[in-house]
Design a protein around this ligand. Structure first.
Ligand code: CUA
Length: 394
């Protein structure tokens, strides 16, 4: 019944063909054929290239294990489908009743056939179970000692990433080196979330009271979307993040750059390294190789200075840290040390343009209702100054 609803023309078509042969009246209706063609075209449109949040294009070893398992299962399913449907269609046409046929001979049960159709599925299930169990053990194994540990903390509704090996913290964009396994030690600051980087690893829930672990090794560099995969409140859908897989050198450059984003120096010229790089027109490491800095902001200009003051006077500083190094734990809002270089703001909600950032600063509740960041009644001029200040934090 359900199948008939999902594929109505399929069943109707078979029925129609049957009717046509029997009654020799109805002709083939081109509309059905057109519908099938359109469906085929529509399905072709579902190319994973255009929808990168897919598990069908694995970019890491963990995802490859899961994808291989899916392929194995689909191959078996396809084989069963073709055989069963083949026999069914053969039987439909070969033993079709004709008007005036006598009542067919009635039988009940056939032990041999029943044993065969019990044993075959059992063997197929066993053939699927063996690689499945192997994959479960593989993906739950403890990663090698040289893996890079990253601490992941889920918050309503953003992600915190800490790199104890480098003593740096960031948010909503996880940077990983290509070719080195990352070992994620994950927890939640509030409710249950689920960490999911579709092209690199499976989903794994994170909890407030216990640690979850996940590992994967990125194989292809690039920037990929990721998403919280466990309903965690009204803005669960806006708890997205990015994964930036970088070649070893690029990743090291990013780490080295992040390590310059420390506590404000006595001279008050933070963040100096980033500003120097920006002023020199250099593409900073946290932007990655693909994004060019549009223009050097007036790092110490009047807007920057005004923004710096506002960041404190408006209370932003109470929830957001601007240091990547020695970042305080337990902050309410995302770390903003390199916010100027991120592709998105508000956990994947908006592209990180000056316009969107100003909009966000002025009306977070309008954009992401329920988020912990309140509307602070910031006017347009102040928002512009804050944007100039934050944009310099690359
Ligand atoms: Cu966090 Cu859904």
């Amino acid at each position: 019944m359900l199948l008939a609803q999902v594929f109505p023309f399929g069943f109707e078509w078979i029925y129609e063909q049957d009717e046509r042969v029997m009654l020799r009246t109805a002709a083939w209706r081109p509309s059905r054929f057109t519908a099938l063609c359109l469906l085929a075209v529509a399905l072709l449109g579902c190319s994973p290239e255009h929808y990168p949040q897919t598990t069908l294009l694995p970019r890491g070893d963990f995802a490859r294990i899961a994808d291989d398992l899916l392929d194995t299962t689909v191959r078996w399913a396809l084989l069963v489908f073709v055989l069963v449907e083949g026999v069914l269609i053969y039987a439909i046409f070969r033993f079709r009743g004709k008007p005036g046929d006598p009542e067919p001979h009635q039988t009940h049960g056939n032990t041999t056939v029943e044993i065969i159709w019990t044993v075959i599925p059992a063997l197929i299930l066993a053939a699927i179970a063996v690689p499945t169990v192997r994959a479960i053990f593989q993906t739950n194994a403890i990663p090698a000692k040289d893996a890079l540990t990253i601490e992941v903390v889920g918050h309503q509704w953003w992600w915190e990433f800490r790199y104890p090996e480098f003593n740096i913290t960031t948010a909503n964009e996880i940077h990983v080196p290509v070719g080195r396994t990352v070992s994620l030690r994950m927890a939640s600051a509030d409710v249950i979330h689920s960490f999911w980087v579709p092209q690199f690893a499976a989903k794994r829930d994170v909890f407030a009271n216990r640690e979850s672990r996940l590992w994967f090794k990125a194989e292809v560099a690039g920037e990929y979307p990721a998403q919280c995969a466990e309903f965690c409140g009204i803005q669960h859908g806006r708890m997205a993040y990015r994964i930036r897989a970088q070649g070893p050198e690029e990743f090291q450059a990013w780490v080295a750059h992040m390590q310059t984003l420390g506590p404000k120096s006595a001279s008050g010229a933070a963040p100096t390294a980033a500003q120097k790089a920006v002023a020199a027109g250099v593409t900073t490491a946290s932007q990655g190789a693909t994004v060019q800095q549009p223009q050097a902001p007036a790092a110490q200009g009047p807007e920057y200075a005004a923004g710096e003051k506002l960041f404190t006077s408006k209370g932003c500083i109470g929830c957001h840290s601007l240091q990547a190094v020695n970042a305080p734990k337990g902050m309410v809002g995302p770390n903003l040390a390199n916010v100027g270089a991120r592709s998105y703001i508000a956990a994947g909600t908006l592209k990180n343009t000056d316009e969107n950032l100003a909009h966000w600063i002025r009306d977070p509740q309008g954009i992401k209702k329920g988020v912990l960041m309140p509307n602070l009644g910031i006017n347009e001029t102040d928002a512009k100054a804050l944007v100039a200040y934050l944009r310099a934090h690359q």
